[in-house]
Design a protein around this ligand. Structure first.
Ligand code: C2O
Length: 548
């Protein structure tokens, strides 16, 4: 591989959407941010220079970071934030991955404007298993807020209530014609007839899983989270924040006398508010030179998206993802398990602190938890404390591996909704094979949680609805060609079972990729110890590692 150098200047940039102008935090004055392109095997060096008054970190979401955990990026987990006027150089190698991922700010809610695509091309002598597309196009979904999202989340955390929702979804930063004051801000995908395009779909939205469809066109899913899958056709799809999906779009063999909308809107199963609007872009066929019809005169076709709470569509769609599990792209699924974990994911509440009026349920303060622990970020980086043996007062290693009370949800909320705050980790010896079952507790209504694990890909060996049954459900696990990913939905009112080898030494964050749930505490860390071989040890920290 080669070495690819990037500089990310974090700076203010004025952006107008929906007739509101905001000074957003951007990378290099671009919104969405620049594409990071590399081949499998390349080294990537990104110097991040902070010119704004907020602290910042950047996470290379889905990049495995084998032994390079210092470059992972979550604030207070693997590094202290980069302070105003300072810089930090992320240095990592892309190993065993090819496809689409994303990079994004990983501190507070700065991801709302600091995000962009990671495109990992196959090695020079390798080709795509699905053939060479005519062109490749990143399509990145986001959310637009008319007011500063940092103010929204800090106010919500102070009042113990829920934050305001976004004002629009965006396609490549543009809300599109279905919003007021927005038709000029519409993404246009211009295509030729009779060609195959590779669309690299990325969901960088803060708080919403999205349905997506292009009118009158079938999409062939070929990859998810930078892992090739057995191709399947669909006319609509779901993509959770943090997930990436590569699809082939075959254009019509002729010049159609129409324009086609592509649309995205939320899949939402929870209680309370969400952004119920729809973003649209336009698929436009380039006119053959002898045709002079203006595309704005053509009829417009719009896709039909599933209803907002279409959980059964989501389950059926999710089941279609299968790894190739071929000789060239094997699925190395742990067949035996060393350690089993059962985590309940709860949206619940904490007692309201004294002298505060809380706006959560019944005057309580919103909290989210894993096994009733609402994770608190420390004031220094856990990886640093771990590496230098200074964990005292930073974190403890007693994260509960089972819920405090046996979990059996019968439709009445269990009475253990109160959570305790803590910074607690699970420690795993190198190469432990892990099985983790995560159960949505539905305490405040069933809600889907797109869980993201840093540092690893995991295999989705099973999922289902209702209570997980440790005796029956494992009989149906797929240990042959399960989907391998870094972000997977724990179904609303159901469970998700994953397996992975803890083959990457370091401190690895796991959290719901809906930022509101992360902020409320639905997060925890795994600490994986060094292995015996030199290439199984965490590298020493770079000299410019930020200080807190
Ligand atoms: Cu894309 Cu910890 O996140």
């Amino acid at each position: 591989g080669v070495t690819r150098h990037y500089t990310f200047n974090i700076k203010y940039h004025n952006v107008t959407r929906l007739c509101h102008t905001r000074s957003i935090i951007s990378v290099n004055g671009q919104f969405p941010g620049p594409r990071l392109v590399a081949r499998e095997g390349d080294r990537v060096i990104v110097k991040v220079v902070n010119h704004v008054s907020n602290n910042i970190t950047i996470h290379w979401h889905g990049v495995r970071q084998l032994t390079s955990g210092w470059a992972d990026g979550p604030a207070y987990i693997t590094q202290c934030p980069i302070q105003t006027g300072l810089s930090y150089t992320y240095n990592f190698t892309i190993t065993g991955q090819r496809g689409t991922l994303l990079w994004h700010a990983h501190i507070s809610w700065l991801r709302s404007s600091v995000y962009g695509p990671i495109i990992i091309l196959p090695r020079r002598n390798e080709s795509y298993p699905f053939g060479k597309p005519h062109n490749e196009i990143p399509i990145i979904f986001g959310e637009w807020f008319n007011v500063d999202p940092e103010a929204i989340i800090s106010q919500a955390l102070q009042t113990g209530g829920g934050p305001n929702v976004s004002d629009a979804y965006t396609i490549n930063g543009l809300p599109g014609p279905l919003y007021n004051c927005s038709s000029k801000d519409t993404y246009k995908l211009k295509v030729k007839p009779g060609k195959t395009y590779l669309l690299r779909l990325i969901n960088a939205a803060l708080n919403d899983e999205l349905f997506f469809s292009i009118a009158n066109h079938t999409l062939t899913v070929v990859e998810g989270d930078a892992i090739y899958v057995k191709p399947f056709d669909t006319d609509k799809l779901l993509i959770a924040p943090g997930q990436t999906t590569n699809v082939l779009l075959k254009t019509k063999p002729y010049f159609p006398n129409a324009t086609f909308f592509m649309q995205a809107r939320a899949y939402f199963t929870g209680m309370g508010a969400f952004d119920n609007s729809t973003t649209a872009g336009i698929l436009e066929y380039k006119h053959p030179s002898n045709l002079s019809i203006s595309s704005s005169k053509l009829p417009v076709y719009k896709p039909t998206l599933p209803p907002t709470n279409a959980t059964s569509f989501v389950a059926n769609f999710t089941r279609k993802f299968r790894s190739l599990a071929s000789a060239q792209y094997p699925a190395n699924v742990p067949q035996k398990v060393d350690r089993k974990f059962f985590f309940t994911l709860g949206l619940g509440s904490n007692p309201c602190p004294k002298n505060t009026t809380c706006q959560g349920p019944n005057g309580t303060k919103f909290a989210a938890s894993v096994n009733n622990v609402s994770f608190v970020l420390p004031s220094t980086a856990i990886l640093q404390a771990y590496f230098f043996g200074q964990n005292n007062g930073v974190y403890t290693t007693d994260f509960p591996v089972n819920p405090p009370n046996p979990f059996n949800y019968t439709g009445t909320p269990p009475n253990n909704t109160n959570v305790s705050n803590g910074t607690r980790a699970v420690v795993l010896p190198f190469n432990t094979s892990v099985e983790l079952v995560m159960q949505d507790t539905s305490i405040l209504g069933a809600e889907s949680h797109p869980l993201h694990l840093h540092g690893f890909n995991f295999f989705v060996v099973g999922f289902g609805f209702g209570n997980y049954d440790p005796n029956e459900d494992p009989k149906n696990f797929n240990l042959v060609d399960p989907m391998e990913r870094n972000t997977a939905g724990v179904p609303a009112g159901g469970w998700l079972a994953i397996r992975f080898f803890a083959d990457n030494p370091g401190v690895w964050f796991m959290h719901c990729h809906l930022d509101v749930h992360t902020s409320w505490g639905l997060r925890m860390v795994w600490i994986v110890l060094d292995g015996p071989q030199p290439n199984q040890k965490l590298s020493p920290p770079p000299s410019d590692l930020p200080k807190c």
